[in-house]
Design a protein around this ligand. Structure first.
Ligand code: TEU
Ligand code: CA
Length: 600
């Protein structure tokens, strides 16, 4: 059989297979044995992939109601395939009353009416697979919606078979309080106020770490765990490739629910995380679900420290593949308050990750998502002079640090924070609750509150995608989008970016392709060679003889820089500004300049 025929067989056979497989079926687990070991790491598709997060409410509206939807995403799959991402993370698309924009689920097996139908979901999944990409969905099972039938049953009576699906406790008698009781303990909610809600129906309180309409599920009840494993299998059997797991470290509550100490009240996430049975339940989940499929799992690890990370992601523990640590993305805040930070502090975080996470503990790389302000506004410089250069520099960093990169929709266009003017501009429940709790009570002035939100609000990331210069940035044909489109959409939009070879989008495309074809940028060791420099971030990625140097000037000033240690540059593989400089001992870096060198 000559080579040509062999090649043909190689091409035809798989595509025939693939055609068959488009009909959505679960992907059985690939015995990891045949996953090559690269630099000590077991190679895995989810280590080599770049992930793109879609926030469906704000991605693309296909039916003119001003709200993004699943057919809208399907209509933009070519745009995502062209970018080069291999995995799409879809924020919640399930039936929900949207108290917290889908992170409050009423039916885990039904698509949110505003987003479309199950057929629309299936069409989206087929479209993704046809383009050789994968889909992971959001698993929000620390809590459900209070409109979920489980909770409706649970609150109906103390004897309900569903009562123990949630966490109910009697209050502490207090004749002075409106309910006649005080909450069972001093647990605060992340969305302001107590984490306990009194329910007059059964005169008891239920626990909700987030909003009142997000009651926490009782994972100590084996029926609840079985329900979760079943709904996970429902979506995996449809061909979904994995899960991003919402606040998963919070699922196991402390025995007896004692009050938090004043010290613990300073970092509530830490106090609520890593409960007594967390690891046990994650291992049970892995045994019952993940072990049976070829899937990717990433945990949103609120409250988990870097030290604790290997205990969840070490591949010998059979829990999760990776987690989001919030150390880097939250360097710019104390609680909800914006604060300044220094580059050495920032770099120290990645040096810590390199020393604490070994070849068995894979990492994630991200600096934006739907809960945080825009990347270029928080970590770059979104002024007209430096927005493009700094957005490209951040792309260089995200796609060359060690771990699976996560890109949030719109960052590939260099989208910026929104010029919020008044409290009425916001949609986010976290903002509205805190406004009542802090501003209307006079604790914080409205002006100071709004100023901080312009930096910090989650709604900065949730303004609709800017597709072109037409009304509402081409996001919707409706006169109004559910959340106002950033007025800078005429300058910043996908149509402009796609047409300009030097755009942020096309730079992301090139940087993603470079990572895909450069094993050292995936599995290479990481070494920061300038930890104390206050403007330069310079690090090596080394895989055997393959050595790459990444140099980033994270300041709005030019920097003359000399790299010691006699490193020799063989070639510039990518840079966000035109340059031919190869003498590493004498570099002239412009503001927000980024370069990747292949070394001798
Ligand atoms: O977020 C948890 C979380 O980290 C945020 O709530 C964060 O504490 C806060 O917003 C900082 O401003 C997850 C989801 O990503 C978020 O969208 C949900 O609101 C939350 O859980 C509850 O499901
Ligand atoms: Ca719509």
């Amino acid at each position: 059989m000559n080579l040509y025929r062999a090649a043909l067989a190689l091409i035809v056979a798989p595509s025939l297979l693939l055609a068959v497989s488009y009909a959505q079926t679960a992907t059985p687990p690939q015995p990891s044995a045949h996953n090559a070991i690269v630099n000590g790491y077991q190679s895995q598709w989810w280590k080599e992939a770049v992930v793109y997060q879609v926030y469906p409410r704000s991605f693309k509206d296909s039916n003119g109601d001003g709200i993004g939807d699943l057919p809208g995403i399907t209509s933009k799959l070519d745009y995502l395939q062209k970018l080069g991402v291999k995995v799409i993370w879809l924020s919640p698309h399930f039936d929900s009353p949207n108290a917290d924009n889908g992170y409050d689920i009423r039916d885990y097996r039904k698509v949110m009416t505003e987003f479309g139908t199950m057929a629309d979901f299936d069409a989206l999944l087929v479209g993704i697979k046809q383009r050789h990409m994968r889909l992971i969905i959001d698993l929000v099972v620390n809590h459900s919606s209070d409109e979920h039938k489980w909770f409706v049953e649970s609150r109906s009576s103390k004897d309900s078979p569903y009562r123990d699906y949630y966490i109910w406790r009697p209050g502490k008698p207090n004749p002075a309080s409106p309910t006649g009781f005080d909450p069972p303990n001093n647990y605060p909610s992340f969305f302001s106020g107590s984490a306990w809600q009194y329910d007059p129906g059964t005169k008891e309180y239920y626990l909700h770490y987030f909003a009142v309409k997000q009651p926490d599920l009782n994972w100590d009840n084996p029926k609840v765990r079985a329900e979760v494993f079943d709904l996970m299998k429902f979506w995996l059997d449809k061909g979904v490739d994995g899960f991003r797991m919402d606040v998963i470290p919070l699922i196991s509550k402390r025995a007896g629910l004692p009050d938090l100490t004043p010290e613990e009240l300073k970092n509530v996430g830490k106090a609520y995380a890593n409960g007594p049975h967390m690891h046990e339940y994650l291992q049970e989940m892995n045994r019952n679900v993940m072990a049976k499929y070829d899937v990717m799992t990433v945990g949103e690890a609120l409250g988990i420290s870097l030290q604790q990370t290997p205990s969840i992601v070490d591949d010998r523990r059979h829990e999760l593949n990776m987690i989001f640590n919030f150390d880097a993305i939250r360097i710019n805040r104390e609680g909800r308050q914006w604060k300044s930070w220094t580059l050495p502090e920032f770099k120290a975080i990645y040096a810590e990750h390199a020393s604490k996470l070994d070849v068995h503990s894979w990492d994630t790389v991200f600096l934006s998502n739907h809960d945080n302000p825009r990347l270029v506004s928080s970590f770059g410089d979104d002024s007209p002079a430096f927005r493009v250069a700094s957005a490209k520099l951040l792309a260089t960093m995200l796609l060359s640090l060690r771990g699976t990169p996560f890109i949030y929709q719109g960052d590939e266009l260099g989208m910026t924070n929104y010029p919020f003017k008044a409290i009425g501009d916001f949609d986010d429940i976290e903002v509205k609750n805190a406004y009542k709790a802090d501003v209307l009570t006079g604790k914080v002035s409205e002006q100071a509150y709004l100023a901080n939100l312009r930096h910090m609000s989650r709604d900065n990331a949730r303004t609709p995608m800017q597709w072109d210069g037409s009304s509402n940035g081409g996001f919707t044909t409706a006169s109004k989008a559910w959340l106002a489109v950033n007025p800078n959409y005429k300058e910043i939009n996908a149509k402009e970016e796609l047409a300009d070879p030097n755009s942020v989008y096309n730079y992301y495309h090139r940087m993603i392709a470079l990572r895909e074809h450069t094993p050292a940028l995936i599995y290479g060791d990481y070494k920061d060679i300038e930890p104390q420099n206050t403007r330069i971030f310079a690090y090596l990625r080394i895989l055997g003889k393959e050595k790459y140097l990444v140099i980033l000037n994270l300041s709005s000033d030019p920097v003359s820089y000399s790299l010691l240690g006699g490193l020799k540059a063989r070639a510039i593989v990518i840079s966000n500004l035109p340059t031919a400089e190869k003498d590493l001992s004498n570099l002239k870096l412009r503001a927000w300049e980024a370069r990747v060198y292949k070394l001798e």
